[in-house]
Design a binder for this molecule. Structure first.
Ligand SMILES: Nc1ncnc2c1ncn2[C@@H]1O[C@H](COP(=O)(O)OP(=O)(O)OP(=O)(O)O)[C@@H](O)[C@H]1O
Length: 262
């Protein structure tokens, strides 16, 4: 019998507030090592708020948040150490326009390590190779397509070999082909590098095929948690409304979360 993989992320009965208002309540979630999990939900449902709790940017108002088996530290130095273990790919690529692709990927290595230049150069080439862009090392961001720029940003997020990757809307602004390339890469990198990945998105149909597990956030909480197949087959009207992108149904048009205290 194989042992269950340890949880890289563990949330129990978590309540998250923004500006004194409850955005998410009763959030319990375990992300086992090695999995790709999709966090889905309509705009404003609290997906970014959940991510902020995982990176320690937002302290939970109640409940337990553990990453890598430890509660999120409060001391700044410990928090910085934790964050080195979490690679984050944000919606905008955040590439510096006056640096080449290779220089952008090398930034975290120069900022957080004292590795000698030739070692950094070699690591940068490896990261660019991992995203299929070794040939683009000397290109500037303006010379790259949207999909290529996203992959450079992905290589940079991987620079410090983080065991946990968080993707916040990785497909925004990409065409269907580039979206397919990026999602296939998310899965391949997860498996070849032994990572755990959390993909926050409202691109359900592009994301589910590469995910092991999906959760749907709406109306202030987790309304679905299960396999992608179970999600597609769910009879829950709320889930169906979200999957079909229908404006009328149990999810309010402005997706305003419940505001009463837990
Ligand atoms: N700093 C803040 N102060 C007050 N309210 C906030 C803050 N950040 C987010 N909110 C509110 O919290 C709720 C959830 O926002 P959040 O950005 O987490 O949603 P989301 O699901 O990531 O949305 P999107 O898909 O549009 O990025 C929204 O009602 C939003 O207005």
């Amino acid at each position: 019998m194989t042992e269950a993989a340890p949880s890289i992320v563990h949330l129990r009965d978590v309540r998250l507030e923004r500006g004194g208002r409850t955005v998410l309540r009763d959030i319990s979630l375990d992300v086992p090592k090695g999995q790709v999990i999709a966090v889905l939900g309509p705009s404003g449902s609290g997906k970014s708020t959940l991510l902020a709790a995982l990176t320690g940017e937002l302290e939970a108002a109640a409940g337990t948040v553990e990453v890598f088996g430890r509660p999120i530290p409060r001391r700044n130095r410990d928090l910085l150490e934790l964050r080195k273990g979490i690679g984050v790919l944000l919606q905008g690529n955040g590439l510096l326009t006056d640096l080449t692709a290779a220089e952008n990927v090398g930034l975290p290595l120069r900022a957080h390590t004292r590795l000698p230049r030739p070692v950094i150069d070699r690591l940068v080439r490896m990261k660019l190779h991992a995203v299929g862009l070794r040939a683009a090392a000397d290109a500037f961001p303006r010379e790259l397509s949207g999909g290529m720029a996203r992959r450079v940003a992905l290589a940079r997020a991987l620079a410090l070999d983080p065991p946990l990757m968080i993707y916040d809307e990785p497909l925004t602004g990409l065409d269907p082909i580039a979206s397919g390339v990026v999602m296939a890469l998310v899965r391949r990198l997860n498996d070849t590098l032994g990572l755990t990945s959390i993909v926050v998105t409202h691109h359900v149909h592009e994301t589910l095929p590469v995910a092991d597990h999906a959760i749907v956030i709406a109306n202030g909480g987790i309304v679905f948690s299960g396999s992608p197949d179970a999600l597609s087959a769910s009879p829950d009207p709320l889930v169906q409304q979200f999957l079909k992108g229908e404006p009328d149904g149990p999810i309010g048009f402005d997706a305003a979360p419940r505001t009463e205290a837990a």
